[in-house]
Ligand binder design. Sequence first.
Ligand SMILES: *[C@@H]1O[C@H](CO)[C@@H](O)[C@H](O)[C@H]1NC(C)=O
Ligand SMILES: *[C@@H]1O[C@H](CO)[C@@H](O)[C@H](O)[C@H]1NC(C)=O
Ligand SMILES: *[C@@H]1O[C@H](CO)[C@@H](O)[C@H](O)[C@H]1NC(C)=O
Ligand SMILES: *[C@@H]1O[C@H](CO)[C@@H](O)[C@H](O)[C@H]1NC(C)=O
Length: 293
Amino acid sequence: MARSSLFSLFFVAFSSVLAVYFLIQISPDPRISSNLKRKILENWSICAREQLDKIHTADEFWHQFPSLTSYCDLAENIDLLGLISLKNSDEVKYALMPKNVPAKNSTFNFVTLGIGKDITAEKAFKEEANFLGYEVKFYGADPIIEDNSQLFSQIGEFFPFAIGGKTEISNASVLKNGTYREETISHVELLKFLKDNLKITEIDHLWLDAEGAEFGLFDYFYNDGPLERNGISFCQMNLEVHIGDINRKIEFMKFAKRLAHEKRFVMLKSVYVSHIRLYLFNFGSSKCVDKYL
Ligand SMILES: *[C@@H]1O[C@H](CO)[C@@H](O)[C@H](O)[C@H]1NC(C)=O
Ligand SMILES: *[C@@H]1O[C@H](CO)[C@@H](O)[C@H](O)[C@H]1NC(C)=O
Ligand SMILES: *[C@@H]1O[C@H](CO)[C@@H](O)[C@H](O)[C@H]1NC(C)=O
Ligand SMILES: *[C@@H]1O[C@H](CO)[C@@H](O)[C@H](O)[C@H]1NC(C)=O
């Protein structure tokens, strides 16, 4: 045998061993991996508390939040969680998919509050879920019926109102036909919406991008908030927090610090684009942990 072919034989054998070694490295024992993921989120929580508590003024907090939490994302290696990204036309949403193969008829409850005439990311999620053998039940609400109704009906059930902290009729300026106009808008209280309209107690994914309506909803997500008290749980949320006056910044600071202290939600993948986008995972819920970590 020529020396060069002996060498290539050796090279092939060596690379195979190397390949197997790396395969083992990147697909570790799922049990260990699950524990590791929990530990990552616990450590993230400790990191975030330290980082966020350094800031005491709301304006600075607003500007620093994404970089402070991104520091923890990096320091605690959250990329090991296996988050998938789902692209809308102008932003990215995140999701964790379940670690186990689905039981018969496994369906995700998926709630979009504020559709914004774009369901690209929802469709991408549906594809991922179906590929893994899951069905998705989509519920979407938006006070703007034009386009949203027709669009969202392709994937799920559309509700023509805004979701907020109370049920009321109000005037709001909405973008219609290229210009902002005053319109009367029906708001439905979140808990009422979940209990009466959707009749669900478990939400897998909540995507909230509702032009400022989130400020009426922060209280809902606390440990002893209305959702928890009513036995309604949710595992994952993509949240957009819109920029506003100083009062809104104060409210956001209170919200984010409280979440970091409650050790229930982690706030990952935050980005600053005048408003703030972030991804929340409920690692305080054993149901969510068992399903997704
Ligand atoms: C979590 O933090 C502790 C203390 O800093 C560290 O020893 C441990 O390795 C960290 N765990 C993970 C999974 O990063
Ligand atoms: C599964 O889903 C189908 C169609 O939605 C339904 O007819 C059937 O009863 C479900 N089975 C179980 C076990 O839930
Ligand atoms: C909405 O605006 C109209 C006129 O601009 C006013 O008559 C009405 O009272 C307002 N409704 C509410 C709920 O503020
Ligand atoms: C939207 O704008 C176009 C062109 O300016 C106009 O022709 C149309 O009537 C408008 N539609 C509504 C619903 O106002």
